[in-house]
Design a protein around this ligand. Sequence first.
Ligand code: B12
Length: 212
Amino acid sequence: MTQAIVEAFADMLEEEALDLARRSLDEGTPPLVVLEACRQAMTIVGNRFEAGEYFVPELILAGEMLREISAMVKPRMADSADAGGPKRGKIVMGTVEGDIHDIGKDIVYFMLDVNGFAVTDLGVDVPIETFVDKVRELRPDVLALSGFLTLSYDAMKNTIQALEAAGLRGGVKVMIGGGAVDDQIRVYSGADAFGADAMAAVGLAKMWTEAS
Ligand code: B12
């Protein structure tokens, strides 16, 4: 049934995709498997957008479907933040200045949240000063920066430099990700790590908070 979710989602059949997701969860399909189907569908949607088959309305609908299925999946994750257990650690995140892409960031947020982290999402196009102010105020263990544009690499670098200038860099681990971000961008920006997907983000956050 998960392949059917991928197809319905990618073909913009909203009701069918939501119904299939609900039924497969009810039948015991692991929540992460359903989420992985959404990720595969998002990749297809992205490719169709690039090929000129889909336009902005399809991307917006895809984002909505993802949010709705995430809302179904979340209560079924055993380690959910909704379970009210102690938090593993504090994370501040956002899409960097000049960039409004948030589908990937929202998946990362969701995965960190259901894995028990206290996550503060600052949204998109987050000014450098806002990141600095929030790190000063909340003293998170991790700052997670998302960006999908080439322009975002400088925004990431400038954000990290501003943390340094504010004397806050030593107290927070910084991870970056999104789109074409890779290890070269980690070196360029001065981040501690880059993660290719939401599971990598969870792995890094766990490693850093368990070590401290
Ligand atoms: C959807 C989309 C849009 C939507 C965004 C909707 C939204 N709410 O996010 C809309 C239509 C609004 C849009 C606008 C633009 N876009 Co756009 N967009 C895309 C598209 C098709 C998909 C991106 C996406 O959401 N993928 C789905 C997610 C799930 O992807 P993912 O990478 O697998 O996500 C994982 C990882 O990235 C990782 N991750 C993400 N964040 C983080 C953070 C951390 C810390 C970690 C560890 C991991 C991590 O985890 C995620 C989940 O596993 C891409 C092309 C593509 N195929 O990637 C172009 C693309 C990113 N866009 C592009 C461009 C140019 C633009 C515009 C400038 C277009 C324009 N001329 O107006 C504007 C940008 C405006 C702005 N200021 O930001 C270019 C960027 C090129 C570049 N190198 O700069 C791309 C690559 C398309 C292209 N080939 O030209 N876009």
